[in-house]
Design a protein around this ligand. Structure first.
Ligand code: NDP
Ligand code: GDR
Length: 358
């Protein structure tokens, strides 16, 4: 019998890759989406078939992690074998502006789902999308499953609650409930306000003469960046394991935001050199034109400066390893943005309102 999975956050980057993976494995997939005033299903358009279609294996239902009653209802009717909780307010900087909302959705959302599983007597497996942001001001590098948490944002605090409540339900009720402590993972489907996509989109727009430069925050921050398509495989493997365990999912390599810019602008044939320091620092091309500048509005009240994960455990126990390098990831993203922007679209003014949030 084909398995049934429910994905919260299916309209997001990871939700779309995970849905594709599960469909390719023969699953029936239910995705929970939010009502929005405009289409928010662009990332799953290619795999979605109208429910009237014969054998449609991807179905969508409305719901919200802030609404426990609807979660109960969906679990009662769908009776999934596996639940992947990917839905969240995912932006770290925005969480400083929306701390209570982030706590409600990103933190309490997990317990609402876990409680709905108990209330409906559902014997399903549960995946919580935990985050390297739990380590925050990390006491050691690289971080492992044993490294103490030191969350540095309302987002990370909410994820800490979700992490511990997932573990608590596993220990209290014997549920198969696991945390994947995922490090940053990116793709051409990454949201446009996360730094990698902001850079690759800007590089493509600059290459095509549609934008002058990009304004960024902390260029020194270092992240362990992997490819989202690889990370959803780790999620699935964790859910097929003999025992429920929490795992770090990472590449083990870090690069700075500055490194990311260099690689992206090199790809469009405009290699950067850096001038100035601090907020005056800027990246210029061979003709001296500034392509990257710093805007302190993008700084965060506190920062996780450098995160690097040690994924030895998931490699040894479940056989997972990242399949894409940093360079492949940057090139894939820049090339996709070039292809997407090539048809004539109106030029975007530098520092447009679209980019104000992050
Ligand atoms: P995205 O921001 O791309 O997607 C988030 C998803 O959550 C969207 O589908 C969004 O819906 C949905 N969502 C937001 N608020 C609610 C709500 N109140 N109720 C239900 N759904 C909601 O995130 P990613 O795909 O990148 O990340 C997936 C998960 O993994 C998240 O939990 C994230 O915190 C976590 N994570 C991600 C990492 C990464 O590097 N990508 C690393 C570590 C953890 P809508 O489209 O309507 O906005
Ligand atoms: P992060 O991702 O906070 O690590 O959270 P993001 O891409 O937002 O920031 C990464 C680093 O880049 C620095 N930075 C900027 N960030 C943004 N967004 N915009 C800028 O202009 C900019 N300039 C510099 C940031 O300060 C930061 O240090 C992501 C999300 O997917 C989370 O949901 C997830 O849990 C973590 O990764 C792991």
């Amino acid at each position: 019998m084909a398995k049934t999975a429910l994905i919260t956050g299916i309209t997001g980057q990871d939700g779309s890759y995970l849905a594709e993976l599960l469909l390719s494995k023969g699953y029936r997939v239910w995705g929970m989406i939010r009502r929005a005033s405009s289409f928010n299903t662009g990332r799953i358009e290619s795999i979605y078939q109208a429910p009237q279609a014969d054998g449609a294996r991807l179905r969508l239902v409305y719901g919200d992690l802030a609404d426990g009653s609807v979660l109960n209802r969906h679990l009662k009717t769908i009776r999934p074998d596996e639940i992947y909780n990917l839905g969240a307010q995912t932006h770290v900087k925005v969480s400083f502006d929306l701390p209570e909302y982030t706590g409600d959705v990103t933190g309490l959302g997990a317990v609402r789902l876990l409680e709905a599983m108990r209330e409906t007597d559902l014997d399903a497996r549960f995946y919580e999308a935990s985050s390297s942001e739990l380590f925050g001001l990390a006491s050691e590098s690289p971080q492992t499953e044993q490294t103490p948490f030191h969350p540095r944002s309302p987002y990370a605090c909410a994820k800490a609650y979700a992490f511990y409540i997932t573990r608590n339900y596993r220990e209290s009720y014997g549920m198969f409930a696991v945390n994947g402590i995922q490090y940053n993972h990116e793709s051409p489907r990454r949201g446009e306000t996360f730094v990698t996509r902001k850079i690759t989109r800007a590089a493509a727009a600059i290459a095509l003469g549609k934008q002058e430069r990009v304004y960024l925050g902390n260029l020194n921050a270092e992240r362990d960046w992997g490819y989202a398509g690889d990370y959803v495989k780790a999620m699935w493997l964790m859910m097929q394991a003999d025992r429920p365990e929490d795992y770090v999912v990472a590449t083990g390599q870090t690069h700075s935001v500055r490194d990311f810019c260099e690689r992206a602008f090199y790809r469009i044939g405009r290699p950067l050199t850096w001038r100035g320091e601090g907020v005056e620092e800027h990246g210029v091309d061979a003709t001296g034109r500034t392509l990257v500048a710093v805007d302190p509005n993008y700084f965060r009240p506190v920062e996780s400066e450098c995160l690097r994960g040690d994924a030895t455990r998931i490699r040894d126990e479940l056989g997972w390893r990242p399949e894409h390098t940093f360079e492949q990831l940057v090139h894939m993203m820049v090339d996709a943005d070039l292809a997407a922007l090539r048809p004539s679209t109106p030029a975007k003014p530098v520092g447009s309102p679209h980019s104000h949030a992050a």
